[in-house]
Design a protein around this ligand. Sequence first.
Ligand code: HSE
Length: 319
Amino acid sequence: MSDVTAYAPATLANLGPGYDVLGLALTGLGDRVVAAHGEPGAGVTLDGVLNDAGRLPRTAGANTAAVAATLALQALEHPADLRLTLHKGTPHGAGLGSSAASAVAGALAAATLALGGHLNDAGHRRLLDACVEAERVAAGVPHADNVAPALLGGVVLIRRYNPLEILPLPAPPDLRVVVATPGFSFSSREAREVLPEQVRLSNATSNSANLGALVAGFFRGDLELIGRALMDDAIVEPIRAAMIPGYRRVKRAALDAGALGVSIAGAGPSCFALTGSDRDATRIALAMETAWAAEGVTARAHVGAIDTQGARLVGGLAG
Ligand code: HSE
C-alpha cells in the first residue's frame, strides 16, 4: 500500500440548545487527506494544503490534520513516518467543522496506512479520542460535537466528556439542511470567548427541555419538533447572533420561505435551516442568500442531507 486517501464530512455542531453535545454530519462538503510514506525518522509531516486560499497553517504542529494523525499513531502505538496532503472541501472559519473534518480525515488516512488496512472498533475509538484532543489546536479546548459526527456519521449526542460517551441518534432520511455561509468568518475560539461562565437557572431549564425535545424529535423522525426545539436556545444563540451581521434578517427570510427551524451552524457565522422538502430547500437557500445580500454580504448556500457514512476511505482503498 503506497498511499491512502480518507474523506471526512463537514458537520453541524450544537443544533441550537445542544451546545457542545449535539452534532450531525452533512453531505456534499468535506475534507480529503492523502497519506503517503515519508522520510525515515521524520514522523508525520504536512506536504501541502490545497483549496484553502492559503489560510490554514502549513506546519504539522498547528494543522489539525497532522496533529490528529500524530496523536492517533501514538494512541494506536504504531509510530510511522508519513507525509500528508490536505485537500480542503469544508469552508474554513464558517462553523461547519472545518478543523474536525481535517483532523478526522488525517487520523483515518494515517492510521490506515500505518496499520496496513482497515481499523477495528477499538482502533476507531482511539481515533476519536485523538481527534477530540486535536480540536484543542483550533478551539482552545477539546470538544467532540464536530469530530464525533465527522468520524461516525449521522447524528450524535455526547453524553459526557470524561470519559467520552457518544450516543448515536436516528438520522431522518428526508431531513434537508440548508447552510448559508457568508463571506466573513471568525474562529471557534473567538465565538467561545464571548460565552458566559455561568447561566441563569431558568435558561438552563429551557435548554434542557429543548435538548430533550430535539432527541425525541430525532427518535420519532418528527421534523417539525426538531425545527421547533432547535429554535429555542436561551443561552448561546442570543449572544452569538450579535457577532453575525444580518443574522436576524437571514433567519426571518428562511422561516418565511418555509424552514422548520433555523439556527447558527456550530460556532458560526454560517446559519442553517431545516426542511423536509427538496423544493423548499431550494427556495430557502435563495431566500437566505438574498437576505444576506440585502445586508451587503455575499453568501453561498449549500443544500445537503445527513451523511450517515461518516469518515471513509476513498480511491484505491474505498470499501
Ligand atoms: N460546540 C462548538 C461551539 C462547536 O459551539 O463552540 C464549534 O465548532
